[in-house]
Design a protein around this ligand. Structure first.
Ligand code: AMP
Length: 209
């Protein structure tokens, strides 16, 4: 099963994906973490990505699609299922993901949308800046990341809803444990048939359009 963990910057995707992976055995695939590892290694990719990430913009789609295709081809992905954190981030990435999964007779099983108000995520990110030292956790980069999220990433939700993928909306503002429990319960609940494509009825906590 492929689950897309979706939400604005600072909504807790990374934190929640790591916790859900630990609870379920699913593989946490974070494109942001993969890129940060490349930057730390000083690879060509890292050198190309670093200034883009620092500005709050997006790394080119072709590059990201190649990275994710390689990662999803690894054995653990098929064996344990995947929690995608930070991918897809644009409609072309979502389309490329659909195409690569279709080639392997797979599909995105469901999308978990972590909803958090902009003021709350801004505060979280600036607090995280003080503790984690991420170079894109600045007030200026945050403005750009939110702009990019609204323009390029948010439309993906409609893409999934329109193609019949179950989209579960979870309030990401309560304490971390509560959010984890909500997501865990959702994933333990009924999944849609056919690897998660359109289900005849949704759980109460789910939103469909
Ligand atoms: P994240 O840790 O998911 O917030 O990602 C940090 C930064 O890495 C983003 O602001 C982008 O610059 C870059 N990045 C991560 N994932 C993607 C993606 N799927 N497409 C393009 N850029 C990405």
């Amino acid at each position: 099963m492929i689950v897309v963990l979706f939400g604005p910057p600072g909504s807790g995707k990374g934190t929640q994906a790591a916790r859900i992976a630990a609870l379920t055995g699913m593989v946490h695939v974070s494109t942001g973490d993969m890129l940060r590892a490349e930057v730390a290694r000083g690879s060509d990719l890292g050198r190309e990505a670093q200034p883009i990430m620092q500005s709050g913009a997006l790394v080119p789609d072709e590059l990201m699609v190649r990275i994710i295709e390689r990662r999803l081809a690894e054995a653990d992905a098929a064996e344990h299922g995947v929690l995608l954190d930070g991918f897809p981030r644009t409609l072309p990435q979502a389309a490329a993901l659909d195409a690569m999964l279709t080639r392997n007779h797979q599909a995105v099983g469901r999308v978990v949308y972590l909803e958090v108000a902009e003021g709350v995520v801004r505060e979280r990110i600036l607090r995280r800046a003080a503790t984690e030292g991420r170079s894109d956790d600045t007030a200026t980069a945050f403005v750009e990341r939110m702009r990019v999220y609204q323009r390029d990433t948010a439309p993906i939700l409609e893409h999934y809803r329109a193609s019949g993928v179950l989209v579960d909306q979870v309030d990401g503002s309560p304490p971390i444990d509560e959010v984890t429990e909500q997501i865990r319960a959702l994933l333990a609940g009924p999944a849609a048939p056919d690897a998660g494509r359109a289900a005849p009825s949704s759980p109460a906590a789910s939103t469909r359009s």
